[in-house]
Ligand binder design. Structure first.
Ligand SMILES: [Zn+2]
Length: 162
């Protein structure tokens, strides 16, 4: 298909036929609203499926972002992935007023891929980036000890009673 799949926007007029799939790459530098303590480290590959149903394009858009941040518990840098997935229906006739809430941002017959996926990332990115508990170096030392301490207490009390 003759579509510039590296563009951040996709014209609805590029969606040919009754259905299809498009793949493309969005430059990480275009995702400017990602919080400063988190870095999008790789360009984002997306997949877009569309199907023409009556007067609407049914569109599924998905991608996985690779991020880097400093763990707020052990202060080490770590990498994590977030999946963004949106489904929406866009009237082929762009003059038509939309009644439902807009999930896929579109304007002047173009879908704004970056703006749409960025909004999804912002919803799922952690407020305070942290390792999974099992992966966090900080967890190896202190919390284990205090857990042990907690467990010890009721037993020692019991022992004293016996
Ligand atoms: Zn950590």
């Amino acid at each position: 298909m003759n579509v510039d799949t590296n563009a951040s926007k996709l014209a609805l007029s590029d969606l040919k036929g009754a259905s299809g799939e498009l793949n493309g790459t969005l430059s990480a530098a275009e995702f400017i609203r990602i919080p400063t303590e988190i870095t999008l480290v790789k360009d984002v590959h997306y997949r877009l499926n569309y199907q023409l149903v009556e007067d609407n394009f049914e569109i599924q858009l998905e991608c996985v972002g690779r991020f880097k941040a400093q763990c707020q518990r052990c202060l080490e840098k770590f990498t994590f992935f977030e999946k963004a997935e949106v489904g929406d229906s866009i009237p082929v006739d762009q003059q038509k007023e939309r009644v439902d809430e807009e999930i896929l941002f579109n304007e002047n017959g173009e879908i704004d891929l970056v703006k749409t996926l960025e909004a999804e990332f912002l919803l799922c990115l952690p407020m305070v980036p942290k390792h999974d508990v099992d992966d966090c170096g900080f967890n190896m030392t202190e919390p284990v000890d205090s857990e042990l301490e907690k467990k010890k207490t009721p037993f020692s009390i019991l022992k004293d009673l016996l």
